[in-house]
Design a binder for this molecule. Structure first.
Ligand SMILES: [Fe+2]
Length: 338
């Protein structure tokens, strides 16, 4: 039977791929954003600055701290790269969110499993990158290869997960080919692109993309449902009649683009302790904007729940890019046999 050999979680935010002295490009955009999501409320930059004044976040938004934190993130990304190379999984099941990359307003699946034979990571497009918000060209360069790459997919396992889902009364979406846009089949999104570029150097370990709508109202699943969805995938892997070794990846999170260290610690601690009720008690209003990607970790924790693996938080790094607390808190973890 198939075996889960490793679980791992990695943030994938733009600051990981942006030199610390350039984080201000994104901070400038934050100042113009009237809708920052933070603990159930929505604030403009000045309101956020006032709200968080007592935290003295400006002390953490200086170049020396940014450089140290960026370095800590790179260290963990390098560690995960080595860990994957040493583990040599046959398949990576990657839990990520679709951020209007494949799915748009016309069809927005809450949970979808891709069971086609391959996906494309489209080439870096300089013209598109320069037309985007300031600073985002760095992350686009990190998630897109110089030339389009084909990543093979493990369609058999994806098919087993779909069967298991229907058996277990999860009426999920199933996708066999990428949606087609004006330039042809759409490229797979940043949640996969970042991991395949940064951790696998485009080495095409067959993939099962599990795409969750964490970001966009109105159909984001609640934390408990995400966990149960993960349990179902865990059963499907366990029942897969194959000798393949499977790694499971949570891509994204934790709190951003307003950092909430309390929230992150509450969730990450609960995950380490197997205290799932604490996660289930968090309302959906806490999982908005990029912070919503933390649900990818909850799904992953569900998948790994019956392996007996222990979660090891490698590092938690709050990368502040403004005095108002905007930025991206990064988490890196593995789940493995003790
Ligand atoms: Fe993301």
């Amino acid at each position: 039977m198939a075996e889960i050999v490793l679980g791992f979680g990695t943030a994938h935010g733009p600051l990981l791929s942006t030199p610390p002295e350039k984080w201000d490009l994104r901070a400038e955009a934050d100042k113009k954003n009237p809708n920052h999501a933070f603990r159930g409320g929505t604030y403009n930059y000045d309101e956020l600055l006032k709200l968080r004044k007592a935290e003295n976040l400006s002390e953490q938004n200086v170049i020396s701290v940014r450089v140290e934190r960026h370095g800590r993130c790179q260290k963990q990304l390098d560690y995960l790269t080595e860990k994957l190379a040493a583990t040599k999984p046959d398949v990576i099941l990657l839990v990520g969110d679709d951020q209007r990359e494949w799915f748009m307003e016309d069809i927005q699946p809450a949970f979808s499993i891709y069971y086609g034979d391959e996906v494309i990571n489209t080439a870096y497009d300089e013209e598109k990158a320069l037309s985007m918000a300031p600073g985002l060209a760095y992350s686009m360069r990190a998630t897109h290869p110089p030339k389009a790459q084909i990543y093979p997919c493990e369609a058999e396992l994806a098919g087993r997960i779909i069967e298991q889902a229907i058996e277990d009364e999860f009426d999920i979406s199933a996708s066999k080919s990428p949606p087609v846009g004006p330039k042809g089949p759409k490229g797979i999104g940043h949640a996969v692109g970042f991991v395949y570029r940064r951790l696998l150097n485009d080495k095409p370990i067959p993939l099962v993309p599990v795409l969750i709508n964490t970001f966009f109202p109105p159909n984001q699943a609640k934390p408990k449902r995400c966990y149960e969805f993960g349990l179902m995938i865990g059963r499907a892997i366990k029942n897969w009649d194959s000798d393949k070794k499977v790694a499971v990846c949570a891509s994204g999170g934790v709190s951003h683009f307003v950092i909430d260290e309390e929230f992150d610690h509450r969730i990450l601690n609960a995950m380490q302790e197997g205290d799932f009720q604490t996660m289930f008690d968090e309302p959906n209003s806490m999982f908005r904007s990029g912070t919503s990607e933390t649900k990818n970790w909850i799904v992953t924790a569900g998948i790994l729940a019956e392996t007996g693996f222990k979660m090891n938080l490698l590092d938690y790094v709050p990368c502040y890019r403004s005095d108002a607390g905007t930025g991206n808190a990064m988490a890196f973890a593995t789940w493995a046999q003790e």
